[in-house]
Ligand binder design. Structure first.
Ligand SMILES: [Zn+2]
Length: 168
């Protein structure tokens, strides 16, 4: 048995005000669990993406999350839950005025291949990107950077609790 107080878990680097990874603290072996709080303009993810193997579910506890999906934008309101099967592209945002509180569940733990699509200003279209974690002098300087796989342009950089400034 493992019990975790979510507030006690460190904030991770994501384009969201709060992202606490609960998988390791809980010792979960087959399920990824992340707690999110999104300020208006924040996102759950670094890119429009899909996982080859992992299915992903989002339970929205408060606020309204909006997911870009292959069938258009889908609003997921408080008390609703959405599932994306393996291979389906999606990216969730907070496009409302209220903070979004949500739990993301993914299974199995392994992604398999990840498709990561972002708008590249150099290429003038959405391209495949590589996400790289850059170590800093301290954990608060640690960053994730997104680099266009086609031309090498850096299209995004995030630190812990940073605001993304990329509302679509
Ligand atoms: Zn490019």
């Amino acid at each position: 048995m493992e019990k975790v107080r979510i507030d006690d878990v460190d904030n991770d680097v994501q384009p969201a005000a709060v992202m606490r990874g609960l998988t390791e603290p809980l010792g979960a072996t087959d399920l990824a669990i992340n707690y999110y709080e999104l300020e208006p303009g924040d996102s759950f993810a670094f890119a429009y993406h899909s996982h080859e193997i992992q299915e992903e579910l989002f339970y929205v506890q408060s606020g309204t999350a909006t997911f870009e999906t292959e069938s258009g934008d889908i609003a997921v309101e408080a008390g609703e839950i959405v599932r994306f099967p393996p291979g389906e592209l999606q990216r969730g945002w907070n496009r409302g005025d209220e903070r979004v509180v949500a739990l993301a569940l993914g299974a199995p733990l392994s992604y398999g291949e990840q498709t990561t699509l972002r708008e590249c200003p150099e290429c003038g279209e959405r391209t495949d990107h590589d996400l790289t974690r850059r170590a800093g002098a301290s954990s608060s300087d640690e960053a994730v950077v997104a680099i266009c796989a086609a031309c090498g342009t850096e299209t995004g950089e995030w630190t812990r609790g940073s605001t993304p400034g990329e509302v679509p």
